[in-house]
Ligand binder design. Structure first.
Ligand code: AMP
Length: 201
């Protein structure tokens, strides 16, 4: 069993077109608080990100937002109430942000989102493939949102672009409890490069 004290969530800064997405983000937030697991995320109060973070705060859990300086000054002045309840870490660049979010967390969960979410999910997967980290990466497939993306991964695996052991890096669930169970039971694959330090990558 992996000890999971903090989970990093990647999800939309928009709410998306189906109410089930916001609902799922809230339920994940409530579940994190219930399990006494801290949330690490991109620091925004909007969209699914905000829904997850607000739910954790409401349930008395801990939230760490990691935000680059440029986004912090642009958006955060509007959210001072929200800021009182989260630990905000302001970093210089988007790259530093992802590195810090990775370092602070024991596992990752992706929820529906757009380019930012895809970028974060795929970077976490690529870094797992390289052995830069050995943390579990789960995807909550709300209302089949990720079906085409999973099909694409299968296609890339079938065509020999992704090795089957790395295809298995993506833990997929439709039910939150199942996702947490998979994260807890995850065993990392043998990577090409073992334990590359974040700083060297
Ligand atoms: P997207 O899926 O394109 O909406 O991007 C969401 C992801 O990118 C989140 O997981 C955040 O870490 C990051 N992100 C994108 N936009 C923002 C924003 N306005 N404030 C904070 N983080 C953001």
């Amino acid at each position: 069993m992996n000890r999971i004290e903090k989970v990093c969530i990647f999800c939309g800064s928009s709410a998306g077109g189906n109410g089930l997405y916001v609902d799922a983000a809230r339920r994940v937030g409530l579940e994190l608080a219930r399990r006494n697991i801290g949330l690490v995320y991109g620091g925004g109060g909007i969209g699914l990100m905000g829904a997850a973070a607000h739910a954790v705060i409401e349930a008395g859990g801990s939230v760490t937002g990691v935000i680059p300086h440029s986004l912090a000054t642009k958006e955060r002045a509007l959210e001072s109430d929200f800021d009182q309840h989260i630990e905000l870490k302001v970093v210089k660049t988007m790259h530093e942000r992802k590195a810090l979010m990775t370092r602070l967390s024991d596992a990752f969960i992706a929820l529906p989102g757009g380019l930012g979410t895809f970028d974060e999910l795929f970077e976490a997967l690529t870094w797992a493939q390289l052995g830069i980290h050995r943390k579990p990466i789960g995807l909550l497939n709300v209302a089949g949102y990720f079906d085409p993306l999973l099909d694409m991964l299968d296609r890339a695996t079938g065509e020999g672009f992704i090795q089957p052991r790395y295809r298995r890096l993506v833990l997929v669930a439709t039910v939150i409890d199942d996702l947490f169970e998979q994260l807890s039971n995850y065993t990392p694959p043998e990577s090409i490069v073992q334990w590359v330090e974040l700083e060297e990558s």
